[in-house]
Unconditional design. Sequence first.
Lengths: 426, 323
Amino acid sequence: MHIEIVNGHVIDPQNGLDQQGSLYIAEGKIIGMMQAPDGFTADTSINAQGRIVCPGFVDLSARLREPGQSHKATMKSETKAAASAGFTSLCIPPDTSPVIDSPAIVELIEDKAEKCGYPHIYPIAALTQKLAGTELSSMHALKKAGCIAVSHGYHALQDLLVLRRAMEYAASYDLLLIYCPQEAALSNKGCAHEGAMASRYGLPGIPAAAETIALVQCMELIEQTGCRVHFQGLSCARSVDLIAKAKIAGLPVSAGVAMHQLHLTDQDMRPYDSHYHVIPPLRSQQDKDALLVGIQNNTIDSICSDHQPHDVDAKLGAFPETEPGISALETVLPLMLRLVEQKNLSLTQGIEKLSTEPARILGLNAGGLAVNNVADVCIFNTRESWEINAKTWQSRGLNTPFWQDTMQGKVTHTLQGGKIIYLAER
Amino acid sequence: MLEIENLQLNSQGKLRHFLSIEGLNKDLLTEILDTAESFAGASEQSIKKFPLLRGKTIVNLFFENSTRTRATFELAATRLSADILSMNIATSATSKGESLLDTIRNMEAMQVDMFVVRHSLSGAAHFIAQHTAPHINVINAGDGQHEHPTQAMLDMFTIRRVKKQFTGLRVAIIGDILHSRVARSQILALNMLGVEEVRVIAPKSLLPVQVEALGVSVYYDMQAGLKNVDVIIMLRLQKERMNSAFLPSENEYFKCFGLSDEKLKIANKDAVVMHPGPINRGVEISSSVADGAQSVILQQVSNGIAVRMAILSMTMNGNRGAE
């Protein structure tokens, strides 16, 4: 299949491209930029006039709910949603059911993804068996089976001795640890940011220290073990400072936030609306501002969706008993464009945070549009506006606080490995 | 906040659900107090029963145990001629794994008119009000650590009866503010009714973060906090707070934050002592103060019936107005 994408505005942060131009694709790879290679004839020609052509987005954390929770969503429904939102690579956290702690589960996930026509799925291996925090998983075998990193899911590992050994072991195989810092004793079953809002509504709070203490402990162990760590889902201003210091000290760390943390604070929560229930919680305006500065000065490297689709029942109940998480894949691009509109980011920076940087952190051959790269491409229209409703929404999880909002920015084409996996209906 | 207001009031601004003090206004609170006053006056002249809610069925849905709140709601409903059914769900349906919504749907199917809800989770009453059939009224009898608005209203009623007005009053609320839904409702109501100052007195471990934002001044000791105070509200201290490291011991707590005769003397001479009950004698309050001349603790209990009658009849009327 030979595809040409012509007349688009090509933005590729990896190779410093920001210009009108064309892309030529054959056998799953980019074989020419700007000028058609000799003798190239396209089977399909995409006219990208007035649209942005950029590397496909790479998501460091998207829960697809399979295996084990297909009542919430399926690999099929969620990869379809991902493709429609411009994502060409998805990392799956290990807290599936069963947990991703054996090569058989990895194989199962890869098989399913293949069948859905969405091969670029990257399982993240559990750091400990069953994520129980006591015995190490077979990290080497899991890496061989295709796991791209190791992680402990939502929570910090409670036993620091186990964490130390796990990090030493991961470092021996140069495995990246993706770590969500959250000290369980301090989060203490909380469900909202410990601040004026939680106090007013009587919601059990999670203090910022629950995040920063776990962060500092892990950093000390990075110093000790040399393990590469990506801190995922940061939410507090103090965390940004700590990451900046660690980077200056030369520690092998990177950091990421979920897109919703750059848009919502605890003040935006509609009282007891469970769609705002996320972990880490929506924090204060000051925290949000600090995260934005961290994004601008590259203290924070990447933005992920932290996609967590839920069934209706999971969100029906008194706020503290509902399940946390937002169905987020499809709002990532419009929310990124909103940051551009608000002059918090340039369009190039936005694409960098969604594609180039996560690909770099994972060591993937993705996130750029150079010749010989795998042809993972996203084409989008920055001006098209659409309303989030049952007609436009692809994910099985309807749990978004942005439901019925008007969003600006829509993907028109997504190519994965040179195949068109999404084409917007016209 | 808009949602809470819309949820509680009908299009004419009348009460339809009674979920929280937040979202109400001074006029409404005053109307509740005035209505309660007329019921109380009549009761004192030995007219105890009114035909206002004849043919209506009220269900006490108590997902958490309670004695006095449930009893006063039962009496209030009976005195308004309603039928009342008390369900102690803490020990029935939900322990069999039924969801909150299923319990509500089942009760709705029994053609009831009103739910009085107590639940251990904040926001439970709001959730039920949002999801129940439109003809059903919901009254919050305490949700988690959020609000206990009928308790706050009976406290306001008691204060008004003794002090005649709210203007100029200094009120101190003492004890476990962090876990207290009563305190949150009281703070909101007192500020709405225009008192001079609301103080909270507690160790930091029993205060919610940024508690000042609720509209209070914060004191960590009784000596300073009780000065010039007209109304003292003691909160119940749950014994399990000691085990979860909020406090060292009952003994130390009583020494620092318990209300004794000596500490009572720091407040204004005519200060009244209140407590939502049940009281722990010797922990947050000494027996001599609880039973002393300045205590209005038992008046609070009797006033609870009149105030709850007012709230039951007003919300039921609010629904009629909306139809």
